[in-house]
Design a protein around this ligand. Sequence first.
Ligand SMILES: [Mg+2]
Length: 365
Amino acid sequence: MAVSPRKIVHVDMDAFYASVEQRDDPALRGRPVVVAWKGARSVVCAASYEARRFGVHSAMPALRAERLCPQAVFVPPDFVRYKAVSRQVREIFARHTDLIEPLSLDEAYLDVTDCKTGLPSATAVAEDIRTAIRVETGLTASAGVAPNKFLAKIASDFRKPDGLFVVRPREVLDFLEPLPVERLPGVGKVMQQKLAELGIARVVELRAVDARELERRFGRYGRRLHELSLGIDERPVTPDRPTLQISSEDTFEHDLTLQDLAPHIERLAGKTWAACEREAAGEHGRIARSVVLKLKTSDFRILTRTTTPAERPASARGLAEIACMLRSRVSLPPRTRYRLVGVGLAGFVDRDSHEAQTELFHRLA
Ligand SMILES: [Mg+2]
């Protein structure tokens, strides 16, 4: 029996934080705006489209952004305002469906297969949402409509900014064929390189490889790659999925010793901290209790070291210090070299319950 396909919409606000800043301060409109904290290790949280023309993009070191675009206006992030707009947008989504899965303050998946508003199509829902966002918040959003999550996310990027792109079920295979493999979820620089070595640059080439061959080379992810190449993605839209871990990692061109890792750990801690500010902000004030250091040796052994300090890290610097300290728990020979390091925050708890517990702890102490 044929199952009728799901209707998934991915909505993504355009240059969100920078757009909020330009909306609220007319002097910033039409100018390159970079949202970032001050400081040598700061990373860009968002860049306006005017700044992107100079090659500035989010997650880039702020110092590099300054070099690329010296005339940019740098604004520190104001998550209180971004969260308020995010809530407004979430309320617009909720008119159409309860199946809303936020990915961050400015992005969400919606399952509109059974839509509350009774609009005739997912495309109509997406247009209705985009209009409401424009009218009610003064900001623009892009949307992708597709039979599953990963296609909807690719589609929302296709007509950015202020655009809509629809992938109908019968168009899925043709839509995917010409795309570069790095568009697929999970294909980063390293996987892209590995696939390139096999002569695979586009989805059409990936699809031609036998599923068992992909599985042999890449394990379970190989199977997933095969499914993605066929446009298969059964992951449901999960409302308010709690964050398990937020992390950033880097693979090096040349393997490094444990000692050499300090500056990398510091940089990654900055990235992870910024991501946590963004992501956890969308989840009603959840906070991380644990710090994770991940390492991969030159012979591909993966090790993780985790600690839950009495005082949770309160800044990027604090996170970096704890992560650097976790190196002392690695007991491999000093000559061991590492090809990857990652810094993560985990053990998320509700801020309220955390504060209640801390208070109890102090009273007992
Ligand atoms: Mg966005």
